[in-house]
Design a protein around this ligand. Structure first.
Ligand code: PHE
Length: 353
């Protein structure tokens, strides 16, 4: 076969290979195979030197044409492959702007924490300090030092979680005091008065535990906030004024406060505190059970017998204490009918707050 035939056969083969290339990578290897340094067309051109003087310009021109044709075909094919690649990339990346977005649910503080924080802030604003006490407590702090007689019903097994040791016996510390889960935050009063001298202005929030079955108004574990003030010349009027300030801050300026005589072993006198119903304003409606008032906390003047346990001179100092349930306050503030909602962890409920 003469060199001219060889060239035109090469052109057909090259054009066919270009046509068949289905990706930019294969197209590039076709280019290298024919036009590269070691390519077939390049090899033919190397042979030009062996041709006669008449043949050389003819074959030279022909090979230039072949080269130009193959290059043009390569360029066309490259453009069309690039366009296809781009079109399929765009198709793959298409964004459906009509799809609903993904809703992000950032974490947030639990509503009970929010309520505790709000109460703490109110009292910190009055100069109170925040304190904590142990959740696993001794009978001495939970009951005895708070003037509960040995046969007080709250000490009974059906009301209090007692801690058992590894042998299954009731755990006892120092041979005398039972270990239990505190049933209220009042034992923190005793810890504070044992370790601090008056003046004392303290708020103690924390978990408490009672052997109750969860129902709309009871939880076996809930949150209390204890307040304790011990100073010279503290009166029941100070207690009342403090609680009125707190209630108006928490529930609104239009709410009223009512104190009803009550009994707690560690305060004397004692009272339960009601807030006027936010729905009927005190008239009586379904939401307050026709009463017009809702109970929110217990309080009283620190009993001198408690001062006796902690070595504070009752002739010089007087004090008041109060304790409230955060879940109950939150339920009243937000109109929640069932306390169990606070502990179920349903984010559809919790994200409202
Ligand atoms: N500890 C009491 C209770 O849990 C509440 C209380 C606290 C009452 C402080 C008086 C003073 O019911």
């Amino acid at each position: 076969m003469g060199i001219a035939e060889e060239l035109s056969a090469l052109r057909s083969k090259a054009l066919a290979a270009v046509e068949m290339a289905d990706s930019l990578d294969t197209l590039e290897s076709v280019r290298i195979a024919y036009l590269g340094k070691k390519g077939s067309l390049t090899a033919v051109l190397r042979g030009l030197g062996a041709l006669s003087a008449e043949e050389r310009p003819v074959v030279g021109q022909l090979s230039n044409e072949v080269r130009a044709t193959v290059e043009a075909a390569l360029a066309d094919k490259r453009r069309s492959l690039q366009a296809t690649a781009r079109a399929s990339r765009i198709a793959a990346e298409v964004v459906d702007v009509t799809l609903p977005g993904r809703v992000r649910m950032p974490g947030k503080s639990h509503v009970i924490h929010q309520v505790v924080d709000e109460i703490v802030e109110t009292f910190v604003g009055l100069g109170y300090q925040v304190a904590e006490g142990p959740e696993v407590e001794l009978d001495y702090y939970n009951f005895t030092a708070l003037n509960h007689p040995p046969d007080h019903p709250a000490r009974a097994l059906q009301d209090t979680f007692y801690v058992r040791d590894l042998s299954g016996e009731r755990a006892v510390v120092e041979g005398e005091s039972d270990v239990l889960l505190r049933t209220h935050t009042s034992p923190v009063q005793v810890h504070i008065m044992e370790t601090q001298k008056p003046p004392i202005y303290v708020l103690a929030p924390g978990k408490v535990f009672r052997r109750d079955v969860a129902d709309p108004s009871h939880l076996p574990q809930f949150t209390q906030i204890e307040g304790l003030v011990v100073d010279e010349g503290i009166t029941f009027g100070d207690l009342k004024g403090t609680l009125e300030h707190f209630v108006k801050r928490m529930f609104g300026e239009d709410r009223r406060v009512r104190l009803r005589p009550h009994f707690f072993p560690f305060t004397e006198p004692s009272a339960e505190v009601d807030v006027s119903c936010g729905i009927c304003g005190g008239e009586g409606c379904r939401s307050c059970g026709g009463e017009g008032w809702l109970e929110i906390l217990g309080c009283g003047m620190v009993d001198p017998k408690v001062f006796g346990h902690v070595g504070i001179d009752p002739e010089r100092y007087t004090g008041f204490a109060f304790g409230m349930g955060a879940e109950r306050i939150a339920a009243l503030k937000y109109g929640i009918p069932d306390l169990r909602l606070f502990i179920e962890g349903d984010t559809r409920f919790l994200h409202q707050f």
